[in-house]
Design a protein around this ligand. Structure first.
Ligand code: SF4
Length: 208
């Protein structure tokens, strides 16, 4: 009952949820997801067209001048570290993978700046693999709605959500939870007044 209400509401709000990062190739998506850590999709979308136009191949990216990369991606934050990651990821893809982002989860997670969350988002978005990436929005919303215990770490939240949602819907539910957290159930001042899940929510009283 509780799950069907949550799922119906997510479907009502976001019937066809889409990833909001712009990309045209597999490695562009992987790099964009890496860049989005502790940043926003909007900021990432404002730098990636410049980055990928100036460095249009993996070979160009791996050989790029680090100071120039830093300048291009400065506004996304952590730009020094992320510039190194761009070069490292591009080098591995170019030299070890024939230029194609592989589906091997272990390999992906061995790349610089790529963790479990980035891997899940990539596999689910690009290869349509069932995966639930737990970012800050998914974690917050899941805990507010009691889909995962409050003291869970991200891995536990992921496991709880995997148990609660049908596997074929994992990727869709992930995107819906991200969008619900981004536009409705925000970290600060969530829009509880319009939320149809108030009666299920563990946080709404503080916010209304
Ligand atoms: Fe989020 Fe408020 Fe809805 Fe709770 S009632 S799920 S805090 S928007």
């Amino acid at each position: 009952m509780m799950m069907s209400r949550i799922e119906e509401y997510l479907d009502e709000l976001f019937s066809e949820p889409k990833c909001e990062l712009n990309y045209t190739k597999d490695y562009e998506l992987l790099i964009a997801i890496m860049l989005s850590a502790q940043s926003t999709d909007k900021r990432v979308n404002s730098v990636t067209p410049i980055l990928f136009e100036k460095y249009p191949s993996l070979s160009d990216l791996k050989n790029a001048d680090i100071a120039d990369l830093e300048e291009i991606i400065r506004s996304v934050g952590s730009f020094r570290k992320k510039s190194m990651y761009i070069k490292g990821i591009s080098r591995m893809l170019d030299e070890e993978c024939g230029g194609v982002v592989p589906t091997d989860r272990e390999y992906l997670e061995s790349m610089p700046g790529i963790g479990r969350k980035t891997t899940n988002v990539f596999l689910s978005e690009f290869y349509n693999y069932p995966a639930i990436a737990v970012d800050t929005h998914v974690e917050r919303v899941s805990k507010r709605l009691g889909l995962a215990p409050k003291n869970s770490d991200v891995l536990k939240v992921e496991r709880c959500l995997q148990r609660k949602f049908k596997k074929e819907l994992w990727s869709k539910r992930h995107l819906q939870l991200v969008l619900f957290g981004r536009y409705h159930c925000k970290a600060v001042k969530p829009e509880c007044i319009n939320c149809k899940l108030q009666d299920l929510c563990k946080e709404k009283r503080k916010n209304i």
